[in-house]
Write a new protein. Structure first.
Length: 134
């Protein structure tokens, strides 16, 4: 639970006025010990950030659909969404990689835009600052 909170804190600092949405599989709550589970359940009830437990569907699927419907969103994940059913869903979705190392959160300085897996070009990387330039 502390890693999740660390990531949320890092995102809050990086994207001060962002509407952060958290998507997780419904079984996540069962992977915590009792103390972390109670913290998680309390956190899910907080309005900011909004938590979405995806009952009956994989969180990745719901997350990618949300990102495609909301063009100003950026997916923050350590996942590459490489499953066969995700390859087309991720086209055009901006992905900001997050890494945890030595109890620190590292957000990459550039966003990957996933291209069409059927096209022979490489995914593009766009510096974060360019996303917010007018």
């Amino acid at each position: 639970m502390s890693h999740l909170q660390d990531v949320l804190d890092a995102l809050g600092r990086r994207f001060e006025h962002a509407d952060i949405q958290v998507f997780c599989d419904a079984n996540l709550r069962y992977k915590f010990d009792k103390e972390d589970k109670n913290q998680f359940l309390a956190r899910v009830k907080c309005p900011n950030p909004s938590f979405h437990e995806t009952h009956g569907k994989a969180a990745d699927e719901v997350l990618l659909k949300y990102a495609r419907r909301n063009p100003n969103s950026i997916v923050v994940s350590n996942d590459r969404f490489r499953d066969d059913d995700q390859l087309q869903q991720r086209v055009g979705v901006p992905l900001l990689k997050v890494e945890l190392a030595n109890s620190r959160v590292y957000l990459k300085p550039a966003v990957d835009f996933f291209g069409d897996p059927n096209q022979p070009f490489k995914n593009s990387r766009t510096p974060l600052r360019k996303l917010f330039e007018s």
